[in-house]
Design a protein around this ligand. Structure first.
Ligand SMILES: C[S@@+](CC[C@H](N)C(=O)[O-])C[C@H]1O[C@@H](n2cnc3c(N)ncnc32)[C@H](O)[C@@H]1O
Length: 224
């Protein structure tokens, strides 16, 4: 079997259109990020091999939909970022925001440093090795207007780790997929105990083939 060259750009049609809208003149950087994910990211086991064919719909565009919930010129902390999802996608799509990537595993942190250098994002993105619940991490990234998380932990654990990283009234944006409603209903008592208020589901990604449900939870004003 001859080797088939892998193309790392979005497919023609709605993917390409959405990619242009989300990434604007940074689209070539997003394509380069897709290439890094689809080569080194897969070789090092940060993503499964089956993900190569769905990097855009399932990863880059799914994560880019979160930009719809992030205000201008702000700061986002991405907890459990793995290979940089959604944090690096947000940084690429939104040059006006600063992004902190929090990841506990050194192997993933090494990859993140390489990608940040390759994409020349050093001014905009910080990579922090540690667990979100560690006091050291809290001291570095605490008081954030937004914390994001995708595929990191069930919501009851996520709120315990993430709400303390937020400024009062800051928002946790949790990408949870189709189970978002059920998960929020199940863990609402834990959300309230952790000081979360105004919990709701926002449907993002109107430009995509499937909308992207996001659990939004604010940190209550009086929460310590
Ligand atoms: C399943 S991966 C998801 C990665 C990425 N968010 C994505 O959507 O592809 C979960 C990641 O969270 C990291 N992680 C888990 N618990 C964490 C914690 N308490 N603090 C920081 N990172 C954590 C893991 O090391 C892993 O890289």
């Amino acid at each position: 079997v001859s080797e088939v060259p892998v193309v790392f750009g979005p497919s023609d049609g709605w993917e390409a259109e959405a990619a242009r809208e989300y990434f604007g003149d940074r689209l070539p950087y997003a394509v380069r990020y897709a290439e890094l994910l689809g080569s080194a990211g897969i070789e090092r086991g940060l993503l499964g091999p089956r993900e190569v064919s769905r990097l855009w719909p399932r990863h880059l565009l799914n994560c880019a939909a979160l930009t719809e919930l992030v205000s201008r010129e702000t700061r986002v902390v991405d907890v459990g970022t793995g290979a940089g999802l959604p944090g690096l996608v947000l940084a690429l799509a939104r040059p006006d925001i600063r992004v902190d990537l929090v990841e506990s595993l050194q192997r993933r942190v090494d990859f993140l440093h390489e990608v940040v250098a390759d994409l020349d994002l050093g001014e905009q993105v910080r990579v922090i090795r540690g667990r979100a619940e560690d006091a050291g991490v809290r001291a570095i990234v605490g008081g954030a207007p937004y914390v994001t998380a995708r595929a990191v932990a069930p919501l009851d654990r996520l709120v315990k780790w993430c709400l303390p990283l937020l400024a009062p009234e800051g928002e946790l944006l949790a990408l949870k997929g189709a189970t978002a409603g059920d998960e929020l209903a199940e863990h609402l008592p834990a959300v309230r105990r952790a000081g979360g208020v105004g919990a709701r589901i926002e449907m993002c990604g109107a430009r995509l083939d499937e909308s992207v449900p996001v659990i939004v939870i604010a940190r209550g004003k009086g929460t310590r």
